[in-house]
Design a protein around this ligand. Sequence first.
Ligand SMILES: C[S@@+](CC[C@H](N)C(=O)[O-])C[C@H]1O[C@@H](n2cnc3c(N)ncnc32)[C@H](O)[C@@H]1O
Length: 615
Amino acid sequence: MTDRRGPDADFEEVLRYLKESRGFDFTGYKRSSLMRRVRHRMAQIGIDDDIDYIDHLQVNADEFNALFNTILINVTGFFRDAEAWDHLRDEVVPTLLAERGPDDPVRVWSAGCASGEEAYSLAMVLAEALGPDRFRRRVKIYATDVDDEALAHARQAVYHDRELQGVPADLVTRYFEPQDGRHAFRKDLRRSVIFGRNDLVQDAPISRIDLLVCRNTLMYFNQETQAKILGRFHFALLPRGVLFLGKAEMLLSHSRIFDPIDLKRRIFRKVVGGSEGPAHLVTQALVQDRRFDVGGLDQLREHAFSAGPVAQVVVTGDDVLALANRQAETMFGLSAKDIGRPLRDLELSYRPVELRGHVEQSRAERRAVRIKEIEWVRPPGESLWLEIHLNPLIAADNTVLGVSIVFHDVTAARRLLDDLEYANRQLESAYEELQSTNEELETTNEELQSTVEELETTNEELQSTNEELETMNEELQSTNDELQNINDTLRERTGELDQVNEFLESILTSLRAGVVVLDLEMRVIAWNRGAEELWGLRRDEAENEHLLNLDIGLPVADLRPVVRQALADASFLAEVKVAAVNRKGREVVVRVVCSSLRSNAVRSNGAILVMEQQA
Ligand SMILES: C[S@@+](CC[C@H](N)C(=O)[O-])C[C@H]1O[C@@H](n2cnc3c(N)ncnc32)[C@H](O)[C@@H]1O
């Protein structure tokens, strides 16, 4: 039995199951849209409970694919957001190529390439800039996605008319070849585009990239995962490498590793981390300026130093605290007693930051050192943010007199920056949310469209079935009419036959002589009134009986030879006289004429016996 918990915990359980059973980690995706997509899939198959859905995933091998297709939104297009692509073509790519030698490789990565339109758009832009020959020699476009189905489509490089809507007509002519009513990307250039599966969350990045295009993909991940992926992109790019994002992806909160080239079009350049810049600060303050003779200068200097608005201390070349201004005394609890003490004996040497290493560095390297973003948590839990500047104090004879240490309180600026970053993040994620919802809507719209198309197809099928039924109906109707005609004809014929029968019957009845008709088996098929009167046997008693079985006063066995001949020979006719006993019991002589019953001249169908009592 699975235990039932809260809805969110159950949803996490679904994600955990997918990770463990399929190795796919959705936990870094934005929950709101991820949940919407999973729920959408569940609704499609009529499941509303997450745990039931896990059961369903366990027993239906194909369900993962269906879920995957629902979650991964593959909306894409050639030159999607045309304005940004125009800028890439007109400004970014020419600069990028100009910064490289004429034979240098150009390595491009389309990350989250979906069905390949983005990768082939890049191929067209670069082929236009370099010409096809140099493109083939220099360019490699790595196009990756996590969706194998989308990659399979991309590898085919074949697109419908409507998918090429974003491609200018002259590019369609130059870069696509007709193939079975569709358009295939030119094979010679296609070879420079390499497709592969790469999960941005889990897999290692491709390296030494000049241009990294990752559009409308980052926005599906939460902040933490975005930061992780951007770290990998930073690693993937060469120095001065360019990152091209989607229009909803602003990257404001990662400004330390990427500089915007064009924020509006979301084009950034990699920031290369390095030293703090050359140090050449020679502190003139301690150099005796002999041009003016100002009285009491030492005292003046001391007061000026002491009154400085920023906390400052000076340590000598031997690491002894030489000076501390008022701000420093207040901030670090120093007093006149501490002047002359070794720095290492003071709390200041290790709080708020380990200072001695930096002092030593500044002195040894004779350069300014800046320690950024030091957080100092002071009782009762209040945070102070400091930026510490260390400057070597170098005398005219080039000896190092000591090091000046200035503690700038940047708490207010830091708070502002935090607030700004927070606001930026909010803005970014609201914008991304909007864009991803938009793409979801596009997908839903496409789904609706295909449902409408299915309904239209079903409708057309029904219509044609209907037409077939109508045709069949018409055929049945005409068959029916024909049958009716046949029936009428039959009825007419039956009427005629009835008349003929009646006519024959009346002939037979009107004959005074007894008439008996036999079939080929010698069974009685007609027995007229004359026969009834002669032998006292009713018609219904005689018909269907064998001649030889008739119990009448006629010695029927004597007639057998002539009857046989009449049955065998169609032209047979004979007359015999036989002694018999009639119905009244009187002995009489009966004249019997036996002839064959003919249907044609060749065959006999039976025999006719005409019997008359002799006077
Ligand atoms: C909306 S499409 C963007 C396609 C194209 N870049 C564009 O802008 O037209 C997002 C793509 O990101 C892919 N994707 C989602 N999660 C991914 C991941 N973890 N690793 C790589 N690609 C992923 C999806 O499969 C989908 O093809």
